[in-house]
Write a protein of this length. Structure first.
Length: 194
């Protein structure tokens, strides 16, 4: 009797598993795998106008009044910045805060270079006077912050603000605010002069 019960259970279970039916509908092949591409660069909104930097003196961008209001009280010092394609640059130190501002007039590439994967930076995008402005922080470098302003095709204003060796390290958020303030003043000056 026990064998008969097992046989009945086996037959019932076998009846529950019917062979798969053939569908009369044609099966749709799976979609092709998606291809991954490098992220596209951010499309900047149109500039209010172009502000070419080719003939600008970097040490004359900020007026004396602007430098005083930004506590940049040492005389500006011009030099050439090799890391930006020999860009004309100017550095100004503050004896009050110990911080240093640097303006570089980059005419060999656009500001979108900072958005490429190769730049390996953290950035946020905003605007200054209607021009796209990118605040750039380099990972593991906490004593500097840059603001890059897209001023013309293939040109940008680079504003760096760094801790000039203060006894107490300046927080990077404060440095980024300083860079933004200098960039705002520089753009106001450039727009007035051009």
């Amino acid at each position: 009797m026990r064998t008969t019960g097992i046989l009945i259970v086996a037959l019932v279970l076998a009846g529950c598993t019917a062979p798969p039916k053939q569908s009369s509908l044609t099966t749709v092949p799976p979609p092709p795998p998606t291809t991954t591409t490098a992220p596209s660069l951010l499309d900047f909104p149109p500039r209010p106008r172009a502000v070419p930097l080719d003939t600008v003196d970097p040490c004359a961008v900020l007026t004396e009044e602007q430098r005083v209001s930004l506590s940049l009280d040492n005389p500006p010092s011009a030099y050439v910045e090799p890391s930006f394609g020999s860009a004309r640059a100017c550095t100004i130190r503050s004896t009050t805060s110990g911080n240093v501002a640097r303006l570089a007039l980059v005419v060999v590439s656009g500001a979108d270079v900072w958005l490429s994967e190769n730049a390996q930076v953290d950035y946020t995008v905003g605007t200054i006077e209607g021009f796209t402005a990118i605040t750039v922080r380099t990972p593991d470098v906490h004593d500097v912050c840059n603001v890059e302003v897209d001023v013309a095709d293939g040109q940008f204003l680079d504003v760096m603000f760094r801790d000039g060796g203060n006894s107490t390290a300046v927080q990077q958020d404060h440095l980024c605010l300083g860079a933004l303030r200098v960039a705002e003043a520089a753009m106001a000056s450039l727009l007035q002069k051009r």
